[in-house]
Design a protein around this ligand. Sequence first.
Ligand code: MRU
Length: 343
Amino acid sequence: MSQELRAVEWAGDGLWLIDQTALPGRLDRLRVETVDALVDAIQRLVVRGAPAIGAAGAYGVVLAALQAEREGWDRTALLAAVSRIREARPTAVNLAVCVDRVLPLLDRGREAALTEAHAVQREDERANRAMGAYGADWLVKRVAADRPLRLLTHCNTGALATAGWGTALGVVRELHARGLVEVVYADETRPLLQGSRLTAWELAHEGIPHYVQADGAAAGTILRGEVDAAIVGADRVAANGDTANKVGTVGVALACADAGIPFLVAAPTTTVDLATGSGADIHIELRDEREVLEWGGVRTAPAASRGHNPAFDVTPGRLVTALVTERGVLEVAAGQLPGERLA
Ligand code: MRU
């Protein structure tokens, strides 16, 4: 991609989001002017991916302050609006972390808050580049130094999901830049298709060879020996290494363990939640059952069926071969726990 994609951008005096619900058909940008519109955009996955919603939340504090000035809100109304942004989605810890980082700056004025939100954005992209290098170095050293790799990923963790570059997909991009990617298997990622719509779109733009496969194909592809390593992102990593990520991730991790290949998680430290002891304490977002009962707005399941639609699952830390952050690589399954190493 000649110019880095910006899923979240503050331009002029407003917040702009790439509308990820329209991709890959259209690359539309949406200007967000109110707290209601931002909460709606986060919940509909116009903006999605843990670091990207963190950045949107950071700018959301500034947006709320602007709306408060326009509409004459008092401090209580402003704080209530900011809480609505903070709680728009519950699983990715980045959203609350970034809102909580920017909110206190409002006491020094809106410009100070905006400067902090820009810093959140800049630091995330820098973290992604560092993760890319650490993850690529680890894979070259531990898997193969002499040939391009066959990788598998689940959901979308690229530029669209972050402030820029990507986490797990950032590692893939770094390996590709080194000429070390043979092929990427991109799980389609039911039910909202972040893999086939977004990851495949980013891989195609980067010229990275890839297959889109049904989520149900992943275990078989891995067990047939067609994958050297799987690499995914995270929405929240607990102190013991348990990792919440897009539903379907734990199946990939189990298959990797059985096949004896590495399962890597790439996530910035803003996604590591040391206050959460284990995955059992992570709130998993349950989404509208229509997302699994319908296809393109048309009912596909019998009228009597109910839908079960958890947006995420938790991979136990014992299945996470390595956690790649901007501070380096922790071999979680071998006992290098985030709670001890990142405290
Ligand atoms: O529901 P989504 O699309 O926001 O879920 C996103 C994921 O699960 C990603 O893997 C995760 O947020 C990491 S993004 C770098």
